[in-house]
Design a binder for this molecule. Sequence first.
Ligand code: NAI
Ligand code: CS2
Length: 488
Amino acid sequence: MTNNISNTELNSGVALPGYDRSRLKSKIVHLGFGAFHRAHQALFTNELAQKTDSDWGYCEVNLFGGEELIEQLREQDHLYTVAEKGAEKNDVKVIGSVCESLHPTFDGEEAVIEKMAEPQVAIVSMTITEKGYCADPATGKLDKENALVKADLANPTQPKSALGYIVQALKLRRERGLTPFTVMSCDNVQENGHVAKAAILEFARLLDAELGEWIEQNVTFPCTMVDRIVPAATEETLAEISELLGCDDPCGIACEPFRQWVIEDNFVAGRPDWNVAGAEFVADVVPYEEMKLRMLNGSHSFLAYLGYLGGYAHISDTMTDEGYRKAAFDMMMKAQAPSLDMPEGTDLEAYARLLIDRFTNPSLKHQTWQIAMDGSQKIPQRMGGSLKFHLEQGSNFSWLATAIAGWMRYVAGVDEQGNEINVLDPMVETLRKICDEHGLNVSVVPALLSVEAIFPPELGQNPQVIDAVSTAYQSLIDNGARATVAAL
Ligand code: NAI
Ligand code: CS2
């Protein structure tokens, strides 16, 4: 057996689980063993087991890709590292909350469904990216034309989508007289629990109306606000983790020190006391989700498109440019904050300052290209609500218009030097076709604003929106991203 994190003495200073892992049970099946989950929910659950006699553990599942990661995780007894990288120091933690793992590619779909139908499973949680919900981004409703949805409706016992797996597992639980589980979305989707619920109910009803009814009556879908900046692992971060740890860990992940998790307390079959590890249980998460999506993620997308076009590879690089730094703060405070309706005592200016500090962290190499990915799914929830607010109020929304123009210029697929951009987006074909018809011409603006899956007509057909986005787009063509941002 080769040396790995489970059989090697690790460097001193590395925090080990320190509890008897054999007491943990796979009471949570998590779909999406990606970068974020490793550094967020699994870490909270690990900390809970350290502080209490909690028996909550995970079975990890990757439905799309990530086969190698699951294989590597198994080879190291499901242990892996999280390196929390601050501007000055690193904290290195070995996470012990994962008990087992499955992948449909080598374990088969049935094994995943059967696991989700085991009696002890109380929660199925998800970090499956925005597109994993198979919902129309503009309306948040199930997209019945989605290829995965069509395939799963035709062949429900061998599903491909997360929705298909969840509905099939709930069907088995109902048939077997078992309690249902809670479905908990941990994705950056506005009202993520409501979107998950609407998509799952509609999908279930299309299969079997009675099953849909049973799910509606028995399953809960709490909304959650999740926050921690966790860039995709790179060779450099893995090399750094090896150095800090004293052995290689291909499942290791680096992230910022900050973490936040606000959860709607609505679970049907019990839940871990994640509050012991710093999570907050509240009755209504929606205001916190909106705050985070608009202020953090909205300004992230602004910086991603305009930063990439301006030649900045990482978010921390954009923060060294005074124009970008100021524009990001103004995007938060002038474009997004006014549109929020927060509980009394929320200090949005302090929140914005903290966000700017977090974006500045030079130890974190968060690529603008990574955040620019899947813009068709992100823009509506990060900017749609605030755009609507400014139109109603008659107030200035030039930061939002510039961000949308930046996205339009980015999806054209060539940067300001004429180099190709690798645009990743589930709607890339539609977007590319429109961009190719217009070239780098302002006429592309109304054409892209007419894509109703992204911009509902009240936004996309609004003359003020068309005008403001066109002005920003023309400035990007004439002056480039840096000058356009500086002039904001
Ligand atoms: P990642 O690329 O490392 O992992 C993506 C995961 O989603 C993989 O496990 C993959 O199997 C799964 N997936 C992809 N497409 C899917 C589909 N169509 N159906 C089902 N599963 C699918 O990405 P990462 O960083 O883990 O982020 C995942 C999501 O977590 C984000 O999209 C976001 O919603 C949320 N998030 C991420 C944060 C971050 O800083 N990385 C912070 C807060 C939330
Ligand atoms: C980012 C988020 O990739 C993106 O779109 O905006 O993943 C962001 O890093 C997290 O939401 C921070 O919590």
